[in-house]
Design a protein around this ligand. Structure first.
Ligand code: NAD
Length: 456
């Protein structure tokens, strides 16, 4: 590896799978200049033609779905089932927003003396900064609505997971998107990502990643009053009441915490169980956790792959020191690969494993006494991204859903992200919303135009 390249590893084997050139400052500036030039033409493309190009992009992704999925298995250690879903999600998000250009209506507002109309004007160049945990979907949630609204996009994947994003860049060109409309720039956060913040031609930054870096980005964007969307960390609660279907709640809890080896901002990594059913819940949870198959992510029978890196594994391991209150722990392969077994802890409420985002397959289970206590524990965090509520009582489900300070809640299930519904965090889990019918509003400015009808 030279200073300007990065050796991309397979986290299941630790082998180098590709060496990728990293962009320097001059490369980023050139890409931004190209995107700014392309913007002038892209915003003028007729709505129906922009729609058609996005649908062609979706079709190109669909044709390449298996290749994209296999790339993600090798690069990110995602299970093949997950990786296929993720590539399909990019296709679906493109298709969803391909309908938007022709339906991006302004308003005609009644006023005296003339006609008043509003327009949604695109912003210009949008910089999208992506983390390593879901390289494909998170990229698509940024670039698809941004492009649909008439912006051009420069996208920086995470250093360790650039391969699928680079392929998506090629597919966009194959689908007929004009040069410069969608560019993928692998590189360091401190160089490429930071330049999105400081370059005046980049009019908006869409950042998904850690809360610490998100705060720096927001502070940097303030300098130019640059628009910013932040999707940050989480420590979401899975609240299980005594009247819940306990079997179902226990059977589904492992996937809600350990999907993608727990490297999921929406991971329900705190399980809150009403004290009267706490012991029974743990009894039911144990076989579900021990039944997780950790291993080769390319094998369709595998339910959990490796962590992304040696560094991530040592961070995760630091939350499970010798003497940690381990209730039970599954198995993981030994030898090469960044493996960590699914682990269930029963810590106290101020232990770091209960308060901090671990971003690995470690879940903490604690008891609560009543509804007010559950809400208090759930909200006692700076995060507020997602969460689940298990109960058979409708009024309780609604009361608790309204009381939990979180952007995405799910009753008697663990769904978090659908492309047709808004997604984002309360408190320090983020700023703004992605996806859903209103996403284009975050990629446009509202312009008000009054036309006098008074006789001259
Ligand atoms: P990270 O903050 O380290 O990096 C995210 C991206 O930002 C990477 O592309 C990185 O290169 C870039 N970056 C780093 N420093 C930068 C800087 N100074 N300026 C500009 N860009 C910079 O996060 P990560 O470790 O890759 O991802 C894990 C985090 O992401 C977790 O906290 C997780 O909860 C969060 N996440 C949130 C969501 C959500 O939707 N809310 C989704 C996925 C992940």
């Amino acid at each position: 590896m030279t200073a300007n390249t990065f050796d991309v590893l397979n986290p299941a084997t630790e082998e180098v799978i590709q060496t990728v050139p990293l962009a320097g400052l001059a490369d980023v500036d050139a890409a931004i200049t190209k995107a700014a030039a392309a913007y002038q033409k892209w915003r003028e493309v007729a709505p129906a033609d922009r729609s058609l190009l996005l649908r062609r992009f979706a079709t190109a992704v669909d044709r390449d779905l298996e290749n994209l999925a296999q790339l993600e298995v090798r690069n990110a250690g995602h299970t093949i089932g997950n990786a296929r879903w993720e590539a399909g999600n990019v296709r679906d998000v493109l298709n969803y927003y391909s309908a938007a250009p022709e339906r991006h209506f302004g308003k005609q507002i009644p006023v005296a003396g003339g006609v008043n109309v509003t327009f949604h004007e695109p912003l210009g160049v949008v910089g999208v900064i992506v983390p390593w945990n879901f390289p494909m979907p998170i990229a698509g949630w940024g670039f698809a609505p941004a492009l649909a609204a008439g912006n051009t996009v420069v996208l920086k994947p995470a250093e360790v997971t650039p391969l699928t994003a680079m392929r998506l860049g090629e597919l966009a060109l194959e689908a007929g998107l004009p040069e410069g409309v969608f560019q993928v720039i692998p590189g360091k956060g401190s160089i490429v990502g930071q330049r999105f913040v400081t370059h005046p031609a980049v009019r908006k930054v869409v950042f998904t990643g850690s809360t610490g870096v998100g705060k720096q980005i927001m502070a940097g964007c303030a300098n130019q009053v640059k628009r910013v969307t932040l999707e940050l960390g989480g420590k979401s609660a899975n609240i299980i009441f005594e009247d819940a279907d306990l079997e179902l709640a226990a059977a589904s809890a492992p996937a809600s915490a350990f999907d993608n080896a727990g490297q999921d901002c929406c991971s329900r990594s705190r399980i809150l169980v009403q004290r009267s059913v706490y012991d029974r819940f743990l009894e039911l949870l144990e076989p579900a956790v021990l039944g997780i198959t950790v291993g080769d992510p390319a094998d369709a029978a595998t339910t959990m792959g490796p962590l992304i890196s040696a560094q991530q594994r040592s961070t995760v391991a630091s939350f499970v020191p010798d003497g940690a209150p381990v209730a039970f722990q599954g198995k993981a392969p030994e030898g090469p690969g960044f493996w960590f077994p699914p682990t269930v802890l029963t810590p106290n409420l101020n232990a770091p494993s209960f308060t901090d985002e671990i971003f690995g397959p470690v879940v903490a289970v604690v008891p609560f006494d009543d509804e007010a206590g559950a809400i208090r524990i759930a909200n006692n965090t700076e995060y507020g991204l997602s969460g689940s509520i298990w109960t058979s009582t409708v009024d309780r489900a609604l009361r608790v859903a309204r009381a939990v300070e979180s952007g995405n809640l799910s009753v008697n299930s663990h769904s978090s992200v659908r492309y047709s519904t808004p997604f984002g965090g309360f408190k320090q889990s983020g700023l703004g919303r992605e996806l859903g019918p209103d996403a284009l509003d975050s990629f446009t400015e509202t312009k008000n135009v009054f036309i006098s009808t008074a006789p001259n």
